[in-house]
Write a protein that binds this ligand. Sequence first.
Ligand SMILES: *Cc1c(COP(=O)(O)O)cnc(C)c1O
Length: 360
Amino acid sequence: MNRVYNFSAGPSVLPEDVLKKAQEEMLVYGDSGMSVMEMSHRSKAFESIIQSAEESLRRVMGIPENYKVLFLQGGASSQFAMIPLNLMKKGKIDLVLTGMWSKKARAEAEKYGKVNVVASSEDKTFNYIPELDSSKFDPDADYFYICQNNTIYGTRFPALPETGSVPLVADLSSCILSEPIDVSKYGLIFAGAQKNMGPAGLTVVIIRDDLLGFSKDFTPTMFQYDIHVKANSMYNTPPTYSIYICKLVLEWIENKIGGLEKMSEINNKKAKILYDFLDSSEMFNATVDGSSRSIMNIPFVTGNTDLDAKFVSEAANAGFVNLKGHRSVGGMRASIYNAMPTEGVEKLVEFMKDFENNNK
Ligand SMILES: *Cc1c(COP(=O)(O)O)cnc(C)c1O
């Protein structure tokens, strides 16, 4: 069977070059005589893998020296608890409610303190990023929380909130590495790897130095950032193989793509191909408008649930898989992460045009 075009929201498509390289190195990695999966995380070979992954991430994202990089487990969802357990001092935070993931983050944070929702887009099934009124920001909050790209609804913050001295904490699970960002604008960035960085099982956290050292007394050891910082992400066994694949993905971005400026150009082009078609089609419509549109996750509908289902099924038969929208919004969603080739989006649009003509 041939490889399909996989539009899954996550775990999602990986660069073919990366998979091939992993295949080459599957049985014997370098001069170790074994697979990366089989080696001790304390071995020289693995130490060089994790170090190289971190150095590459630092170069690619331009991470300043006063930020630590952690390779953790537990998924982005563990961060919903880990963040308040480590960053809450006074016990109050600001949060923008833009979907299911920020709602889950709010629920966890509320176990440890007060959450001030400064704006929400729940009134319209989260299909936009709300305007922010800075007079509603609490200048005394422990941190300001956003989910920068909303995987389920296909929205992303067009600009970062101006939070002054309040650290900005952001969930970048579905947009990390998709374009250059200014890391120094954030206090903490986290991302589950399975969208744009590698396989599931790895969660990357980038945290500014001065936010370390404030975990609550009762914070479980495994949930303390300091512990992982001191141990260079090796307090216990890290997700070794996922870190190795992440290293290959980063090398692919650096060497094959040529960095995040270039990555962003490609991603914007891909998204434009699909949005342009959606905006001109009489059958398909994007569910998000204007500057809130994500370039990673693009939801769309026909307005007729039977037709939606027919489309998803025929698309799958034609080799365009995982286009069904999230159960909470319905319709379709094309996740076009870094590893989705431009050709995949072009071919999807051709398929959609044909489908439209055949189902008028
Ligand atoms: C997928 C996703 C999550 C959840 O990630 P897990 O690793 O499954 O916990 C959280 N936030 C965003 C924005 C996501 O896309």
